[in-house]
Design a protein around this ligand. Structure first.
Ligand code: 5AD
Ligand code: SF4
Length: 449
């Protein structure tokens, strides 16, 4: 019988992508990859370290799985990802019975580790850095019309609260021809939309030569990231390109021009703000202030007035006053974000911010969190309602999970649209949909062609 592997993923899109690549790699080694945990005899948990709550969840899950080995002899339980990198061998004390644990740089070691664990070998923890070579696995398993593609690994920005540079290492960019090849391969297999991934994705190619022999840029782009967007735009059959996450420093005139002029590049950007107070932004070491963030947004909107902006906010950063919190609130309304993820500050051991007192109480963090989410809900409802009557391009993604007779897709601005499928419609089609109603978080529409 084939060995069946289930991968459970916590955390960001980088982790989702790593899980997929590991799945593809294990499949090449003869394992079956299953979305069902109970039937799998190998379970791998891909962990996140960004906040303590994320670690607690992954630890709880891992302990449940290892405890369950008593009634399932022979089952293998492993961990991968950022929390493994942060904890190192300590993870074996926190999760007794764990078979293996690998850091984000060691995905390629998994086939050998799974094989050895199935054969009953002792627990292994591998958090070595691979020094950027060999590159991580690049396989894909999902067959939908959209795919994630890594372009930049690690992060060298050094925001004071963030564990990512410590667990994912310094920033480095994949060679552009490799990315092009991977995207072209995905498109040949039916993918219509790619989302390029990096912690600070517009820094792509700023620290390394990513081109080798640089091809001419037909539209005169000189900066590496806009140039990458241009190169990918030339791939026949690729309908859409997204990228995440952004940083205001990357919102240059060339990037604004790329979003405006390259047809596949979508009018949506996730641009984490974190705070609307200049004092907080300084303590967070974000490398911009309110005015610079505003200018970045203005540059993008000057080229693409309909661009959707989404963001991340941290509430209750050390010493944040109520007044400073209100600055964030007002600035979020000023920018009019389409969506926002709000996080309660969580000190991460070893980061500069962890040296400061975590002096905003849990109740106050909760209150600020709720206030921002309520504001955002009202704002999102208003923004969606303004789209009623518009006819939009929608990439058809398949049946709606809530109602199987309806289908869903996304607009170029990343809004979810629910509609009755037209006769003969297929997943991956591009449809024109007229918006009839807006509900809380999505749009209801009718296909017009
Ligand atoms: N505490 C709370 N939120 C954090 N984030 C990153 N580090 C922390 C932390 N220590 C948030 C930021 C980032 C998102 C992915 O997670 O908002 O953009
Ligand atoms: Fe963390 Fe800043 Fe890097 Fe984002 S850009 S991952 S917040 S250090």
């Amino acid at each position: 019988m084939k060995n069946t592997v289930h991968i459970r993923t916590y955390g960001c899109q980088m982790n989702e992508r790593d899980s997929e690549a590991v799945g593809a790699l294990l499949r090449d080694y003869g394992y079956e990859i299953s979305p069902d945990e109970s039937s799998a005899n190998v379970v791998i948990v891909n962990t996140c370290s960004v906040r303590q709550k994320a670690e607690d969840k992954a630890l709880g899950k891992l302990r449940l799985l290892t405890a369950g080995k008593r009634t399932r002899p022979g089952r293998v339980v492993g961990a991968m990802g950022c929390m493994v990198q942060r904890l190192g061998t300590r993870i074996l004390e926190l999760v007794p019975g764990l078979d293996f644990a690998v850091g984000p740089d060691r995905c390629a070691a998994l086939p050998a580790l799974v094989r050895d664990a199935l054969a009953g070998s002792a627990a292994v923890v591998d958090t070595r850095r691979n020094g950027h070579s060999p590159a991580p696995p690049t396989g894909h398993t999902t067959r939908g019309p959209t795919a994630f593609v890594n372009v930049l690994f690690g992060c060298s920005r050094g925001c004071s609260y963030c564990i990512v540079p410590a667990v994912r290492g310094p920033e480095w960019s994949r060679p552009a021809p490799d990315i092009r090849r991977e995207v072209a391969g995905l498109v040949a297999g039916g993918v219509r939309e790619v989302c390029l991934l990096g912690q600070s994705v517009m820094s792509y190619g700023r620290r390394q030569d990513v081109w080798g022999q640089a091809p001419a840029s037909p539209r005169g782009f000189a900066e590496p990231f806009p140039r990458l967007l241009e190169a990918l735009s030339e791939i026949d059959g690729l309908a859409r390109i997204r990228f995440t996450s952004g940083h205001p420093a990357g919102c240059t005139a060339e990037l604004a021009r790329a979003i405006r002029d390259l047809p596949p590049v979508c009018e949506h950007l996730h641009l984490p703000l974190q705070s609307g107070s200049d004092r907080m932004l300084g303590l967070m070491r974000r490398g911009y202030n309110r005015a610079a963030y505003r200018e970045a947004v203005d540059r993008l909107r000057a080229g693409s007035p309909a661009i959707a902006l989404t963001t991340d906010i941290i509430v209750g950063f050390p010493t944040e006053t109520d007044e400073e919190f209100e600055c964030t609130r007002a600035f979020m309304e000023e920018i009019a974000f389409d969506n926002a993820f709000v996080f309660k500050y969580s000190p991460r051991p070893g980061t500069p911010a962890a040296e400061m007192p975590d002096d905003v109480s849990a109740e106050e963090k909760m209150r600020r969190n709720k206030v921002l989410l309520a504001d955002q809900e009202r704002r999102a409802t208003r923004i969606l309602a303004a789209l009623v009557g518009a006819t939009l391009d929608v990439l058809v993604e398949g049946e709606s999970k809530r109602n199987r007779s309806r289908w869903t897709g996304r607009t170029r601005t990343n809004k979810i649209v629910v509609f009755e499928p037209a006769p003969g419609m297929r997943i991956g089609d591009m449809a024109r949909v007229r918006v009839e109603r807006a509900t809380g978080l999505s749009l209801i529409g009718a296909v017009v062609s």
